[in-house]
Design a binder for this molecule. Sequence first.
Ligand code: IPE
Ligand code: IPE
Ligand code: MG
Length: 247
Amino acid sequence: MRLFQKKNPQTPERPVPAHIAIIMDGNGRWAKKRGLPRTAGHKAGAETFRRIANYAKSIGLKYLTVYAFSTENWKRSEEEVSAIMELLERYLREAIADMDKNQVRFCFFGDLSRLSPQLQQEAALAAERSKKYAGVQVNFCLNYGGRDEILRAARRFARQCVDGQAVPEELTQAQFSDLLYSAGVPDPDLIIRPSGEIRTSNFLLWQSAYSEYYFTDTLWPDFTARDLEKAIASYNHRSRRYGGVKK
Ligand code: IPE
Ligand code: IPE
Ligand code: MG
C-alpha cells in the first residue's frame, strides 16, 4: 500500500502523508488570553487556516480536511455564530476572487442547507470554479458532524432498498463510504487537534478508523507551518499495522 503522496520538496528526506485532517480548535481561548472577544480568535484562526492551506499545497499534500463548524456549534451564542458565518462568507468571497492565484480545489462536507443562502451560493461557486485545479483539495467541514453524516448515509441506503435499487445484505464498506460526504476521498492518514483537547468531537467518525492522531497544546491561531512539520514528523515515526503484524 502507498502511504505517502510524494516527497516534501522543502524537506526532501521527509515524505508527506496524502491526507491530513485538522480540528481547528482553540480560537476562543486564544482570544481570552489576550483579553479580546472570542470573535477576534475566530478571525485569527481564519488567517492561520489561510497560511496552513498554502503551506500544505507547497509540500505536496493531496487532501486537507478542516473542521470549521460542527453540528454542535449552533449551541453557541447567536452573536458568536453570526460572527463565524460572516468570517466564512468573507473567506469564501476572497478565495473565489484569488482562485487562480492559489489553485486550491474546494469541497464541502456537511449539511449546508442550514447555512445562509449567500454562504450556500458561495460554497457552491467555490466548489464548481475550483474543480479544474489539480493540486491540493481542501475539504471544508461546515455544519458537519460525524454521526449526522453516518445517519444520512444510512437513510440514503435505506431509501435505495425501499426503492428496490439495493439489497441490505449486499452493502459493503466501500459502498457505504461512497454515501458519505467524503465519497471518493481516501481516509485521513493523520488527524491533528490543537488546543490541548484530547477528543474527536464528532469529527470523521467513520473515516478515522485507522487514522493516526496528533494532539498539541498549541491553540489554533498560534499554529504554524513548523507545528504541521512536527505533526508530520511524528506521523513518520508511527508504525501503521491496520490490525496486522509488521514485517
Ligand atoms: C474553534 O475554536 C472554532 C469553532 C469551534 C468554530 P473554539 O471557538 O472552539 O475555541 P475554544 O475551544 O473555545 O478555545
Ligand atoms: C470542534 O471543536 C469543532 C471545531 C473545531 C469546528 P469544539 O470546540 O466545538 O469541540 P468541543 O466542544 O471542545 O468538544
Ligand atoms: Mg473549542
